[in-house]
Design a protein around this ligand. Structure first.
Ligand SMILES: [Zn+2]
Length: 167
């Protein structure tokens, strides 16, 4: 078993042994969605104070609004959420590269066929953290489907565990 598989199988035994919340409703009881990065240093449930069943949490590289759009529409239209908390973070890997770098790595590591698969892919990296929080919030607010949805933008500090509002 891999380390990941072992974490899953062994850790889940302990979790399931004391699990008591099998009767939660499908729609999030607090009616909001947290959108954050996939960064391994972020524990959204703990750091953002999200009880089980209370909110959707969407994660992707960089907490990209565009990348999360499909899930946000499902969250709102099918499951009744009315608010988005978009939380990017300090030290994000997405601040460290651009499309050409990512495509170059794929070509070097995986070859021509793989490079072709990602040649049109926008990796959605960004050079300025707070500016991108603002831009993502504005982008979401400009979607007709997001009309009436409350959207705020935040930065989580991986160094301190603190969150601060940007917009
Ligand atoms: Zn990140």
């Amino acid at each position: 078993m891999s380390l990941g598989e072992n974490n899953l199988v062994e850790g889940n035994k302990a979790y399931a042994a004391s699990f008591t919340q099998g009767d939660l409703a499908l729609p999030p009881s607090h009616h909001y969605t947290g959108l954050t990065c996939m960064d391994a240093r972020i524990d959204p449930a703990a750091a953002f104070n999200i009880p089980l069943g209370a909110a959707h949490v969407i994660r992707n590289a960089g907490a990209s609004a565009r990348d999360a759009f499909r899930s946000l529409v499902i969250s709102q239209q099918l499951l009744g959420t009315t608010e988005v908390l978009l939380v990017k973070h300090t030290g994000c890997g997405m601040l460290t590269f651009d499309n050409e770098t990512a495509r170059g790595l794929v070509k070097k590591n995986k070859g021509e066929a793989a490079a072709k698969e990602v040649e049109g892919l926008d990796f959605l990296a960004f050079p300025d953290l707070e500016e991108k929080v603002r831009e993502d919030v504005e982008w979401l607010k400009s979607r007709a489907v997001e009309e009436g949805i409350r959207v705020t933008g935040w930065v989580y500090e991986v160094e301190t565990g603190k969150v601060r509002r940007v917009v």
